[in-house]
Ligand binder design. Structure first.
Ligand code: ARG
Length: 268
């Protein structure tokens, strides 16, 4: 195990160096700055900066100070889907939704108030499933909403299907959050592979995505954000062991399972 780990980490080092030399210094510089040398866990390797105009439905959540803490998806003009663990116990006044803003440094787009927070009634913690919440906004957003996977969308969940995940979260395990929107492509895993990585895996409540060799993943701060297949929301960034580790794919809320509950919230 230790051997496998250090071999993978040295590959990560090479990737970090390649990242540096290709001019995308942010992730590697942050990793170095946080005391995690380039030989530590990789940032969202294989990920890339994404344009908010190409993915207008991706939003981030902030506290009242403007600190980003999670992601989300516009599913209707005044409704945002996120993870339950992002907002459980929060008052609507304490959460803002930022739409149409690619860089946290900019003032582009809209900062919307939240007027209601619905957390799935079965939610306890990310490890037991039902990690889904719907925010009602105080205004309609102009952003194009993303369609939500339904119970009929089982083919979207086939193992090996490539999915895209979006967020402003950490670019390295234990590292710092990204200033700009990032996108990464990861394959959905089989139930068996996810079950093997995570004893708590529940196939009806969750879906895993990631390469067996690791290297590409969502991370802290990406939670609540979208996992997308064929222009449909199939997953919500939920949890996982570390970030981008081998044989530890990211765990996502299986959206299709919760479609009817969510749709009811979108219609309310
Ligand atoms: N729980 C984290 C959050 O709140 C997301 C972790 C995702 N981890 C992963 N390995 N994909 O931001």
């Amino acid at each position: 195990m230790a051997n496998t780990r250090s071999r993978v980490w040295s590959v990560a080092g090479l990737l970090a160096a390649a990242t540096l030399s290709s001019g995308l210094v942010t992730g590697a510089a942050e990793a170095a700055g946080s005391g995690i040398a380039a030989t530590a866990a990789p940032p969202i390797v294989g990920g890339e900066p994404a344009k908010i105009t190409d993915h207008p439905w991706v939003v981030f959540l902030t506290d009242t100070q403007g600190n980003q803490f999670c992601g989300g998806t516009v599913a209707k003009a005044n409704k945002v889907i996120t993870a339950a663990h992002c907002v459980d116990g929060d008052e609507p006044e304490g959460v803002k939704v930022v739409a149409g803003r690619e860089s946290k440094q900019s003032t582009d787009g809209t900062v919307a108030d939240v007027t209601g927070i619905w957390v799935h009634p079965q939610y306890q913690d990310a490890n037991t499933g039902s990690d889904v919440a719907v925010l009602t906004l105080g205004q309609d957003l102009p952003q194009q909403p993303l369609a939500v996977a339904t119970k009929d969308d089982t083919t979207l969940y086939e193992a090996g299907t490539m999915a895209s995940v979006y967020g402003w979260g950490n670019t390295a395990e234990g590292g710092q959050a990204s200033d700009t929107l990032q996108k990464a492509d990861v394959p959905l895993t089989s139930d068996a592979d996810c079950q093997e990585a995570y004893p708590q895996y529940k196939a009806d409540a969750m879906v895993c995505a990631g390469f067996a060799e690791g290297g590409v993943d969502s991370c802290q701060g990406d939670s609540g954000g979208p996992l997308v297949v064929e222009d449909k929301l199939v997953g919500i960034v939920s949890t996982g062991t570390g970030c981008a580790r081998p044989n530890a794919p990211g765990i996502y809320t299986r959206v299709a399972t919760y479609h009817d509950d969510v749709q009811q919230q979108l219609d309310s």
